[in-house]
Design a binder for this molecule. Structure first.
Ligand SMILES: *[C@@H]1O[C@H](CO)[C@@H](O)[C@H](O)[C@H]1NC(C)=O
Ligand SMILES: *[C@@H]1O[C@H](CO)[C@@H](O)[C@H](O)[C@H]1NC(C)=O
Length: 448
């Protein structure tokens, strides 16, 4: 198949009657592994946090680092780090190629590259077990040449090696500990998403990377990653551009039964036009070189009282700041914020018997809690424009097993980033309006 490097940024929707009428496109979002223990999720989040901070650090270093230049020890990968996938994340059904093959992908706002487990790319490596994408069998697959700007500038961790200009764009993500990584080539193909009512919409020339080697045992449940990050080549920005500039998701309770699903929608969310209660909105802080969705936190309140947290913690210019991340389970707070939140919550819960439940630091035996003992105080995160996220108590004092609740935030680094994870976002509808650079949110049961 011929290269079409120049035309790959064209999006076309073939079967989109619903789109023309201004409706948005919705896909089911299913909690990936309801059975995964909170301890597993917590471990996975640690790796995730390492990836995010590494990526930020490499950005601060000035130039984008290619894996080939820094060697195996340096770069962590977005989604390819099977190390953290498949435990506390949300899956979406996604069809790639012609004829279309169905894959279960992790919906990941921290990723700029969509990838699927692959076979027969010529990139080397043994073919993984389970479902794989075979680009050679897809009539619509077009490799992106390594000499193209897309390869050189937009594909994270693309290899510097491009001896023949027409050869496919190679990339190599490796995880820090060498335990996981993904290697493969990047191309474009047709993506098909199924719409409510059985309709299908096709998007052509979607950037997909074909990952022929990847590590990480826990990645077995997922066939790859759907990139919802802010990047020219991410699926989110491409689909959002086509469907009105925004995408949204609603995450059901991570402990919800298997048949409960949230959704991922492209197009103006139900938040804006159809709802009488206005959604809260706050600016999205976007960095062209990073896929992450930054938000400006102004304060955290516990039981109505603003906690004493230095302003620098929320200031990206001072190596603080916060992002919203669908791929992190437990919220990570930079040390000063973590300490303040934990101090406030433990003070309020002082009358409840504690119990050890590592890796969590503060857990309570809720069965042994006496009647009249203190309730979980309300926590609110205040964002710029003075809007507040008021998550349900179960989103920050979480059920780790029957009768046991733990403070479900983890300590990050300081200086360092804070990450608002998916448990803190659950039972809310989040609309990422990329066009206007705002994020809107509102409480929701995620039913349609
Ligand atoms: C570039 O890639 C080719 C094909 O994989 C390989 O044979 C060659 O050794 C690589 N060159 C460098 C400088 O890494
Ligand atoms: C919680 O307390 C109850 C009653 O005192 C006790 O039976 C139970 O074993 C405790 N649970 C844990 C996890 O320690």
């Amino acid at each position: 198949m011929a290269f079409r490097g120049g035309s790959l940024l064209v999006l076309l929707v073939l079967a989109a009657a619903a789109v023309a009428s201004g409706e948005s496109e919705r896909l089911d979002l299913v909690p990936a592994a309801p059975g995964a223990s909170m301890a597993e999720r917590s471990r996975a989040d640690r790796l995730r946090y390492a990836y995010i901070t590494d990526r930020l650090a490499s950005n601060r270093g000035g130039t984008r680092r290619a894996a080939a230049e820094v060697g195996a020890s340096a770069v962590s990968l977005p989604v390819s780090s099977g190390a953290y996938a498949g435990t506390g994340q949300y899956f979406v059904k996604f069809l790639v190629g012609t004829p279309a093959n169905e894959f279960a992908l992790v919906a990941d706002t921290g990723s700029d590259l969509t990838w699927v487990k692959c076979h027969g790319t010529g990139a080397g490596g043994a073919s993984p077990p389970g479902r794989v994408f075979r680009p050679a069998d897809s009539m619509s697959w077009v490799p992106i040449p390594c000499s193209s700007d897309t390869c050189k500038l937009d594909v994270p961790f693309s290899l510097a090696n491009c001896s023949a200009p027409a050869s496919p764009c190679p990339y190599d993500y490796r995880y820090k500990e060498g335990s996981a990584g993904a290697r493969g080539v990047v191309g474009t193909d047709t993506a098909t998403i199924s719409l409510p009512g059985g309709k299908m919409a096709q998007l052509q020339d979607v950037v997909v990377s074909c990952s022929s080697t990847h590590g990480g045992q826990s990645f077995q449940a997922a066939d790859g990653v759907l990139s919802l990050g802010n990047s020219k080549i991410s699926f989110a920005s491409r689909a959002a551009a086509r469907f009105g500039g925004s995408f949204s998701y609603c995450l059901v309770d991570h402990l919800a039964p298997r048949d409960a699903t949230g959704y991922l929608a492209f197009g103006p969310g139900p938040i804006v036009p159809k709802n009488r209660t206005p959604a809260a909105q706050t600016p999205l802080l976007l960095d062209p070189k990073m896929p992450f969705y930054g938000v400006k936190v102004e304060a955290i309140h516990v039981a109505g009282k603003a906690l004493d947290i230095p302003a620098a913690v929320w200031d990206a210019a001072k190596n603080g700041g916060a992002i919203l991340d669908s791929g992190t389970t437990l919220t990570v707070l930079a040390t000063p914020a973590y300490k303040a939140v934990v101090a406030a919550l433990t003070t309020h819960l002082a009358g409840v018997p504690t119990v050890a439940f590592p890796p969590f630091e503060h857990c309570y035996n809720w069965t042994a809690r006496r009647p009249g003992a203190p309730e979980i105080p309300k926590l609110a995160v205040q964002f710029a424009w003075s809007v507040r996220l008021e998550p349900p108590a179960k989103s920050y004092v979480i059920d780790v097993k029957p009768g046991v609740k733990c403070i479900g935030v983890q300590e990050g680094e300081w200086p360092g980033l804070s990450v608002i994870g998916n448990i803190m976002q659950q039972e809310h509808l989040w609309e990422f309006d990329l066009k206007n650079q705002v994020v809107r949110f509102k409480q929701s049961t995620c039913t349609r």
